[in-house]
Design a protein. Structure first.
Length: 223
């Protein structure tokens, strides 16, 4: 297995050419995005994620990438989304946060830079952030209610803090009109969700987890 360990390695690899050859004129853009471009990414443990914008995304067109799947797996690459321009236009109001992330955290391997200059409608972004943060809050309360040990509470809150961070980027944009440069900017605005509940005993962990859940609800109410 010959894993690609840096963006530069990936850009200079055969992959940009392979993707262009595989999709031909149907390819609008192939780009890196997601957690692999966020701070703290470790290419030894997690894959590079590549999505594509295609003029046509019928099954026949997408199936062309199957011939690259084994090679991609060996080199630590995972294919995520296949969009068409018309699908993007139709879903701008449904997934503005997803497109905001791509617009600000993506690197084109071939074709155009995706979503260049995209600015979401704030009402649409507010709806998505509210919907997804509320769902996260519901799940957190359910899991905390069923947690049997203090270490389970810590794990649940840790997993929630990780999953909620991309949503906090959206909440930050709603408050400032700017996409945050890094996690620190986000946590400077929402310090109550920076870190996970801990303590010397089960009681202190229980109280800390309650404050964590309340902090999440306060952010939701402020959106």
């Amino acid at each position: 297995m010959n894993k690609l360990l840096s963006i530069r390695e990936l850009q200079k690899s055969k992959w940009p050419g392979l993707l262009q050859q595989t999709f031909g004129d149907n390819l609008v853009s192939a780009f890196l995005h997601g957690e692999c471009l966020m701070e703290g990414f470790d290419a030894l443990r997690s894959p590079w994620t590549i999505s594509c914008i295609l003029k046509e995304s019928r099954a026949a067109e997408i199936s062309a990438v199957r011939g690259l799947s084994k090679q991609a797996h060996n080199e630590n690459i995972m294919f995520r989304h296949f969009f068409t321009p018309s699908e993007i236009v139709k879903t701008l109001d449904e997934f503005p946060l997803d497109y905001l992330h791509i617009a600000n955290k993506s690197i084109a391997l071939c074709g155009i830079q995706p979503f260049a200059g995209f600015i979401p409608q704030k009402d649409s972004l507010r709806r998505q952030c509210f919907r997804e943060l509320t769902g996260t809050s519901f799940l957190l309360r359910q899991q905390l209610a069923n947690a049997e040990k203090a270490k389970d509470i810590v794990r649940i809150c840790s997993e929630t803090a990780k999953s909620v961070l991309p949503l906090l980027y959206g909440a930050y944009f709603l408050k400032t009109g700017n996409y945050p440069e890094n996690h620190k900017q986000v946590y400077d605005m929402f310090p109550q969700l920076n870190g996970v509940p801990n303590g010397r005993n089960a009681e202190s962990i229980e109280k800390a987890s309650a404050r964590f859940a309340e902090a999440l609800d306060e952010i939701i109410n402020g959106i």
